[in-house]
Design a protein around this ligand. Structure first.
Ligand code: 8YV
Length: 316
């Protein structure tokens, strides 16, 4: 009898094939309901795809649930205490997303600094009638100072890449990591010093209760008017009203966002019509190679949980 797995999204055929190959039968679970009571009763595992809120009330609708396996590192949408209280292990996919997410951080940094998106639109439009050396001057990247907030796995990979651009590196982290930082050539700074001194500020911290709106109007006001803020972490670490305000007043030069709060932003959100914003639809780990690794780890965690083995990447 195959394992009965609930999932919250329409999985692509190649993902379905990978899951079904390990004796799992996938059923669609609807975040806004209704869900078939018999299916919920039979559910052995939950394959979490994207960021649906999974709390104790939902877990209680699946009395036989033995594993929650999250495709992705960030697990701020899953109530870990509720899972723990019910003895349900939760797995995620650390190590699989870091490189691609760091690449995306640098891609957004360059895109905002060098007017890639505005330049693309201009180059395609009717106003580009002759070369003009006096248009779309951006911010210099090489030799500039990058402040990384959150020096975990992704932050460290961002630092490695930034070194290739001869950038000076500051970092702020919950705890100082002197050995790794010295190998990366990054100097620890208080949050205030980092914000005041950086030409680019990259948000790479996890979303936790204590990082919620960690960057708000006070913090944004400390940044240089020429500075660029890049967020590939979670929308919730940044106060979007404060960001809208500071960008409107040209208090910072630009923002480059891979994540927002909410996600997606309402279609009439002011950030979407600002020329000093570059925005992507949460593409941090969106390469086929990275996604395949993430899916494989999600499945491996799933099977481990179903068979009572220790997960390959348990969430602490
Ligand atoms: C994923 C992410 O795209 O791993 C994470 O935390 O944000 C992204 O890499 C997303 O979570 C996929 O579900």
């Amino acid at each position: 009898m195959p394992y009965q797995i609930m999932t919250n999204a329409e999985l692509a055929p190649w993902i379905m094939e990978m899951v079904e190959a390990v004796d799992c039968q996938i059923h669609r679970w609807h975040e806004d309901g209704p869900n078939d009571a018999a299916l919920l009763e039979s559910a052995d595992g939950f394959f979490v795809y994207g960021h649906p809120i999974i709390d104790g009330a939902i877990m209680d609708t699946m009395p036989n649930l033995r594993i929650i396996s999250n495709q992705g590192v960030g697990i701020d949408h899953i109530n870990l205490e509720d899972a723990k209280a019910r003895g349900i292990p939760v797995g995620n996919t650390p190590g699989f997303v870091d490189g691609a997410t760091a690449d995306m951080t640098i891609a957004l940094l360059l895109a905002a600094a060098r007017n890639i998106v505005r330049g693309d639109h201009f180059a395609r439009g009717p106003d580009f009638s002759h070369y003009d050396a006096n248009i779309l001057h951006g911010q210099q990247v090489y030799g500039a100072t990058l402040g990384i907030i959150g020096m975990g796995r992704v932050g460290q990979q961002v630092a490695r890449r930034a070194k290739g651009f001869d950038m000076n590196l500051l970092y702020h982290n919950r705890t100082e990591i002197p050995e790794i930082a010295s190998e990366l050539g990054a100097i620890y700074a208080t949050l205030n010093d980092l914000l005041e001194q950086s030409d680019f500020v990259a948000l790479n911290m996890p979303m936790k209760p204590d990082t919620r709106h960690m960057i708000g109007s006070k913090e944004l006001a400390m940044m240089k008017p020429t500075a660029i803020l890049i967020n590939v972490a979670r929308g919730g670490v940044l106060d979007h009203d404060a960001l809208t305000e500071v960008l409107r007043n040209r208090g910072i030069w630009a923002a480059a966002l891979d994540v927002t709060e909410p996600e997606p932003l309402p279609r009439d959100h002011p950030l979407l019509s600002m020329d000093n914003v570059v925005i992507a639809p949460h593409l941090g780990s969106a390469t086929r190679k990275t996604r395949t690794g993430m899916i494989q780890r999600t499945i491996d965690n799933l099977i481990a949980g179903l068979t009572g083995q220790p997960l390959l990447s348990p969430v602490a």
